[in-house]
Design a protein around this ligand. Structure first.
Ligand code: B3K
Ligand code: ZN
Length: 875
């Protein structure tokens, strides 16, 4: 495999622009004809050839200003069409034949459950027709879709429908016009026999927008929550950012074969069914929240991504980091803000911190890639969102809004860079943010060390802060970041002390310190007694905070901090300490016992009836194995699992009565409701059951069976079946079977059924997963199924995937061998599970390296998989 890298520094403005595109699709069962007419205009007179992108296309015809083009005027290769000496302005006519019916990569035009749909971002449009398939070429599109009326009654594309008609041969057509210039990656087409749910939204300026959600006919009763979420998102964006929708119609189509979550095509979003369909009996509370956030995310892209887009794919975080931040703020406003923030950080720490510390670490704005699809990463998205959040933390909500307003004022209709965004924020607020740009250029998670010093005689508290950042593949030495550190000081009874730095005259409450140097000290005056500092409140920067709190101080913060994030964080840190302490004790040959501080923390939490149940649930959840693994120089896979299980069981035994009482008290009676209170109660109750289930008592087994039978909602049903399947419940096999029988017609529930089996820690799980590969409901061509079974096993079952005999790794290699020829994007994603091989012991390292080498030896490897495997081995 030879693959070449694309570099940010090689960016050149396009030599030609396209003003207008007219597309005509004749959709067929054995091939689709695509005709396009492009109005082109030369930008750079020094360039004497036009290079269009195109892959897997059969060229049927080519005209220039309506005259057939002689063979010597152009050249076709596997990925380009070159026109020699084109005029300064001309119309190019291109006819191609493509095969959506054979497209298993799910990029470009393809079929899902018999319907046609598209996925063009980032470079799928070139698999539809020859084009300047780059985001800085923005054109007005008119699209005519022609297809058999019977099979494809719905014909959809971007913009507004302007004309429709019938053909004599049983086909019909619809013409769509999108008045907004857009890059080709936002193009979309859908044709099929679909049910539709309709509603409308009146914008704040009084325009009525038609809202339509399309799905398979028997699923239209599962679209209500998505529709309600869309309307909330539209209102929120008007209120928070003054942004209004701009077309007369907004359509969402749910398809079951989709490489990722959803896609923000202009006026015609295409969604994975997972992020549209929900009914209380089929979807969990987490699913409902996930739908609300993804629906909002794609809607928000209409401004951050579509109206203002990216100059090139290196700027991906310009739209993704910003839009994730926007959807996070939306979810925080719609639900428990404290829990939303904790979830964001949990996710960042479990997925992004490891990436930032491994061989695939890259800056929020990467400088090189082989396959851009590999760069839709947690770093670009989630760390990118943290970077955007830091602007808001530094500038305040109002200052951030001013920056956003200026950004749209300057760049509406343009394709821009991360510098442009930073400049808008800086200029709108009269600030110099040049140092802040380092967050885009330097990879790696900085460490922030904090040390406090109290001088009783001077009534003075000094906070010493120091930052450092580990080397990453792109750079060994890092320049200091501008780190916003939100702090408060608590006195001994838990109240906030007024804060006055030595150069200030008046005191304020909690505030944001700006750390700009490698080391800096902040001196607070008039501090009456030694305080407990609450640092990095709300997780004000994506860093690892190191501070030598005593166990008592952490217990104190967990109980008293007014910053809910830091209450949770204090509890997490006690959990981390407990696990690491057990591992240390065992290394010294001693037996384990339940750490008293953790027992004390749980006693307090279980007796706390004033805290929001959703927050309590978070505080009662032990740190994930992924986060714990990050704290170890060499990951002790089995030790971590054993220690965590020991704590789970130890806490359950120690606090059995309290857990039981809570389960009783929290039972939700009456009809299912999705309000925050009910969600919190279900979550906390299920968490208590999770502890109790570790005891494997007959009593708990009965409780679980009862919950599985009687629950009217998937949140409780799934919690019960998972605990039954993962433990020693006598009816576990029967329960699994009847769960499948009951839900076999709901593909998304069947996905849950695969996942709960793949994540079982039982010794025979891999064998069982291999059997499930043959199950009639499993399908390697369907990404949701692959993620549910193979992805869940490799990423969410560390003890079994990292089995010391290498069986988990061999299993993954076999799946990559099968998948790469079908769908390289999904294959490359799965490979992520092997990239952090350096973190493991010598035996596992050798096995993981061997697996990566076996993959690199394969013939005809995709650039997607090649890039991940080769970088993983090199790093
Ligand atoms: N922009 C799309 C992601 C496209 C991924 C292509 N591999 C969805 C989103 O982030 O909203
Ligand atoms: Zn996005």
């Amino acid at each position: 495999m030879t693959a070449s890298a694309v570099l940010l520094k090689d960016y050149r403005a396009p030599a030609f622009l396209i003003d207008q595109v007219e597309l005509r699709f004749e959709l067929g069962e054995t091939g689709t004809r695509v005709s396009s007419r492009l109005q082109l205009r030369r930008q750079d007179s020094a360039i004497d050839a036009l290079h269009l992108h195109g892959e897997q296309l059969e060229l049927l015809g080519l005209t220039l200003d309506d005259k057939p083009l002689p063979a010597h005027r152009y050249q076709v290769t596997a990925d380009t069409l070159t026109l020699f000496d084109p005029p300064a302005q001309f119309t190019l006519g291109v006819e191609t034949l493509i095969h959506p019916e054979l497209n298993t990569a799910l990029e470009g035009l393809y079929k899902s459950s018999g319907n046609f749909c598209t996925q063009c971002e980032p470079e799928g449009f070139r698999k539809i027709t020859y084009y300047l398939d780059r985001p800085d070429v923005m054109a007005r599109f008119t699209t005519t879709v022609v297809a058999e009326r019977e099979r494809y009654p719905m014909l959809l594309s971007n913009g507004n429908p302007v004309e429709r008609g019938e053909l004599a041969d049983g086909r019909h057509w619809v013409r769509w016009e999108d008045p907004f210039p857009k890059p080709s990656y936002l193009f979309a087409l859908v044709a099929g026999d679909l049910g539709c749910v309709r509603d409308q939204f009146v914008t704040r300026s009084g325009r009525t927008v038609a809202l339509e959600i399309y799905t398979e006919h028997d699923k239209v009763d599962q679209c209500a929550h998505a529709m309600a979420s869309l309307k909330k998102a539209m209102r929120w964006d008007e209120e928070r950012f003054g942004l209004e929708y701009d077309l007369d119609i907004y359509m969402i189509v749910a398809v079951s074969d989709f490489n990722m979550g959803a896609m923000e095509n202009k006026g015609l979003n295409v969604f994975n069914t997972k992020f549209v369909l929900a009914r209380p009996d089929t979807a969990t509370d987490a699913d409902f929240l996930g739908i609300e956030s993804v629906i909002a995310h794609e809607y928000f892209h209409n401004w951050t991504g579509n109206r203002v887009t990216c100059r090139d794919w290196f700027q991906l975080s310009l739209k993704e980091g910003l839009t994730v931040f926007r959807d996070q703020e939306f979810s925080a406003d719609m639900n428990s803000a404290a829990v939303a923030r904790i979830d964001d950080v949990r996710n960042l720490r479990a997925l992004q911190f490891p990436q930032d510390a491994g061989p695939l670490a890259h800056p929020v704005r990467p400088e090189s890639y082989i396959e851009i699809n590999n760069f839709y990463t947690v770093t670009v998205y989630e760390k990118g969102a943290e970077v955007v959040r830091m602007y808001q933390t530094l500038l305040g909500r109002e200052g951030f809004r001013k920056g956003m307003d200026l950004y749209f004022q300057r760049h509406d209709g343009q394709a821009v860079t991360c510098e442009d965004f930073c400049a808008a924020m800086a200029d709108a607020n009269g600030r110099d943010l040049s140092q802040f740009m380092r967050w885009y250029r330097q990879a790696g998670t900085p460490t922030l060390k904090a040390r406090g010093e109290y001088d009783a005689a001077q009534r003075r508290y000094t906070l010493h802060l120091a930052q450092s950042c580990p080397p990453t593949p792109e750079a060994a030495d890092k320049e200091p970041f501008l780190i916003p550190v939100a702090v408060g000081l608590l006195d001994r009874d838990g109240s906030e002390l007024p804060l006055r730095l030595s150069d200030e005259t008046a005191a304020t409450g909690a505030r944001v310190l700006e750390l700009t140097q490698a080391e800096q000290s902040f001196v607070f005056e008039d501090v009456p007694a030694a305080p407990v500092p609450s640092l990095l409140r709300g997780f004000s920067a994506p860093v690892k905070l190191v501070c030598d709190y005593s166990d008592e101080e952490l217990l104190f913060l967990a109980a008293h901090d007014s910053d809910t994030f830091n209450r949770w964080e204090a509890a997490q840190q006690l959990g981390v300490r407990a696990v690491l302490q057990l591992l240390a004790v065992r290394a010294e040959g001693h037996a384990w016992s339940l750490p008293s501080t953790l027992a004390e923390l749980f006693a307090r939490l279980l007796a706390d009836d004033s805290t929001d149940p959703a927050l309590l649930e978070q505080m009662l959840t032990l740190p994930s194995e992924a986060y714990l693994a990050e704290q170890m120089a060499v990951i002790d896979v089995d030790g971590l699992f054993a220690a965590r299980e020991f704590l789970r069981k130890g806490l359950a035994l120690h606090h059995r009565a309290a857990f039981n009482a809570l389960v009783e008290r929290l039972a939700v009676h009456g009809a299912y409701s999705l309000d925050g209170e009910a969600i919190g109660r279900r979550a906390l109750r299920n968490r208590c059951l999770d502890y109790l289930a570790s005891l494997e008592s007959a009593l708990v087994h009965t409780m679980l069976s009862r919950q599985l039978e009687s629950a009217d909602n998937m949140t409780e049903q799934l919690a019960a079946i998972t605990l039954i399947a993962h433990g020693e419940h006598p009816a576990r096999l029967a329960a699994l079977e009847s769960f499948y029988t009951r839900w076999q017609r709901e593909a998304l529930v069947v996905d849950k059924w695969f996942t709960l089996q793949a994540t079982s820690k039982r010794a025979d799980t891999l064998k069982h997963v291999c059997t499930l590969l043959q199950h009639p409901a499993f399908n390697l061509r369907n990404p949701n199924k692959v993620r549910a079974l193979v992805g869940a096993f490799c990423n969410n079952n560390a003890v079994r995937f990292h089995a010391a005999d290498g069986s988990g790794y061999a299993f993954l290699v076999e799946r990559i061998v099968e998948l790469d020829p079908l769908n390289p994007q999904i294959a490359a994603r799965l490979l992520g599970a092997l990239t952090r091989w350096r973190q493991y012991d010598a035996g596992r390292q050798a096995l993981m390296r061997g697996a990566l080498e076996r993959i690199l030896d394969l013939r005809g490897l995709s650039p997607d998989v090649f890039e991940i495997a080769s970088k993983a081995l090199a790093g």
